[in-house]
Design a protein around this ligand. Structure first.
Ligand code: TYD
Ligand code: MG
Length: 468
């Protein structure tokens, strides 16, 4: 059989399967419905999408020729794109050193976390530095936004406002006004009139983001789009447009905690993983220039289960408290509950403690919490977590003036963490006098910090908790 025929048959087979389901959070598609998306783990987010069209996929490009495209080499003399600083250092850093003109930026986050507040403040700051700024809200009336501006003491900032959802009208207006920065709050309320489905649906959100991104490139203006993280499948989540934009920032925080973290998860113009820390106050978001001090502010005396982890977030060190609680379980299956860290990673640490150090956690409920609502993803937190677990299990407090970091491998060996020196400097700055870290790597010494190097987990257990 010729290849062409085989391909055609494959296509027919696909055509016959007319139903497809796509996830509104990550846009993965499936032939069968399921309660949970296999792609991103979101519940109840699959909905049926239009059948695969027989349209463009059916024909090959055929024999007609296009024009040739110009190829160039890597060594061009192009100057880096111009950047504008808004003066809010936490925001400028997360953007990779200021706002790049002509870039499309997505700011995602849970509803109510403070995205509109952040962006109104950013808009005002940029406008005050002379950037022509337009803020378009599809969620709130201009009166509501003005009220917020008054509360934030920004009424005098030269930002132009509109409450609108029709994207065609918005783009026409932007073409006439020629702003340098546009805020779209939120992409899920935008409505593209040549698509039938409701605002917030996957196809609407995707089309609106596509139009806006193209508009930004064509006219060399920066567009910041807000995207609500959605828990149910009714409206599409921000993840379906992550690939279109240049920069993806997530605004995180726990309800009930007043600080918020703006995290770059993708940035074509700067490092990803950079964070900016803010505090939600009665008058808007305030910058937190020393996050370690904030995260440790509620920490009391040395107590069992509490350990300070010297971490690195993006380009800077951040100290956070890891809290563990270990208690006999009344259940047949012991609980493992984690807040702010990866549950799979906790299971791994427990397994290593059990099989390499002979310390069982069977029959014990284990709770792990990163204090203050911070989320940690660095592997270097392993040793701090292990220390917190052991300290809780043995009911022995580690010295309060000590920070811990290091990655644990499945063999129980400890791997040195990057940027040891920065971690130690931060610890020293916050008044710590000792650190426990894996041996190996560069030798570092920081005045005022007694550094204990350990090679493996068994050695660590022996040193700090008696026999392993
Ligand atoms: P908002 O920016 O509307 O959130 P989002 O756009 O992400 O949905 O902020 C919502 C919360 O922030 C709201 O519960 C009130 C609180 N808030 C303050 O605490 N202080 C303030 O100055 C402002 C404007 C809001
Ligand atoms: Mg909002």
């Amino acid at each position: 059989m010729r290849l062409e025929q085989t391909l055609n048959m494959g296509h027919k087979a696909r055509m016959a399967k007319s139903k497809t389901f796509s996830c509104s959070a990550c846009n993965a598609s499936f032939s069968k419905w399921a309660g949970r998306c296999e792609g991103c783990g979101e519940w109840n987010s699959l909905s049926q999408t239009a059948a695969l069209s027989a349209g463009p996929g059916k024909k090959s490009l055929g024999n007609s020729r296009g024009s040739t495209i110009v190829l160039s080499d890597l060594a061009t003399n192009e100057t880096p794109p111009p950047r504008t600083l808004c003066g809010v250092a936490e925001l400028d850093r997360v953007l990779g050193g200021g706002l790049v003109s002509g870039s499309a930026i997505l700011v995602g986050g849970d509803p109510g976390i403070g995205k509109s507040t952040l962006l109104l403040q950013a808009a005002a700051q940029f406008a005050r530095t002379g950037v022509k700024t337009i803020y378009i809200s599809g969620e709130e009336s201009t009166a509501q936004i003005r009220m917020r501006a008054r509360r934030l003491d920004l009424s005098q900032a030269p930002v132009q406002l509109a409450a609108e959802t029709n994207l065609r009208d918005i783009l026409t207006t932007l073409e006439a006004e020629k702003p340098q920065l546009v805020i779209i709050d939120s992409i899920q309320t935008m409505w593209v009139d040549n698509i039938d489905s409701a605002p917030g649906s996957v196809s609407q959100v995707r089309a609106a983001a596509h139009e806006l991104t193209n508009f930004a490139k064509r006219n060399n203006i920066s567009i910041i789009m807000v995207g609500h993280v959605t828990k149910d499948g009714q409206i599409a989540g921000p993840r379906i447009i992550e690939h279109m934009v240049d920069t993806v920032l997530y605004f995180e925080g726990e309800r009930g905690h007043h600080f918020r973290i703006l995290r770059a998860v993708k940035n074509r113009f700067g490092p990803a993983d950079e964070i900016g820390v803010f505090e939600m106050t009665g008058r808007g978001l305030a910058e937190v220039t020393n996050p370690s001090a904030l995260f440790l502010s509620e920490r009391g005396e040395a107590s069992p289960g509490s350990v300070v982890f010297a971490g690195i977030e993006g380009s800077r060190p951040v100290l956070v408290e890891m809290q563990a609680l270990v208690a006999p379980s009344p259940h047949s299956q012991a609980r493992r509950t984690v807040v702010g860290w990866d549950g799979g990673r906790l299971a791994m640490i427990l397994a290593v403690l059990e099989s390499r150090c002979g310390i069982p956690f069977a029959g014990l409920d284990v709770y792990l919490n990163v204090a203050g609502g911070m989320k940690i993803s660095e592997p270097a937190a392993d040793l701090a977590v292990a220390a917190a677990l052991l300290s809780a299990r043995e009911d022995t407090a580690l010295p309060a003036d000590t920070v811990i970091f290091g990655e644990i491998s499945l063999s129980g060996a400890l791997r040195p963490a990057p940027q040891t020196e920065n971690r130690l400097k931060e610890a020293q700055k916050l008044g710590f006098t000792a650190a426990i870290a894996p041996s190996g790597g560069k030798s570092v010494s920081i005045k005022g910090i007694g550094l204990r190097r350990v090679t493996d987990l068994t050695g660590f257990v022996g040193d700090f908790f008696g026999a392993g």
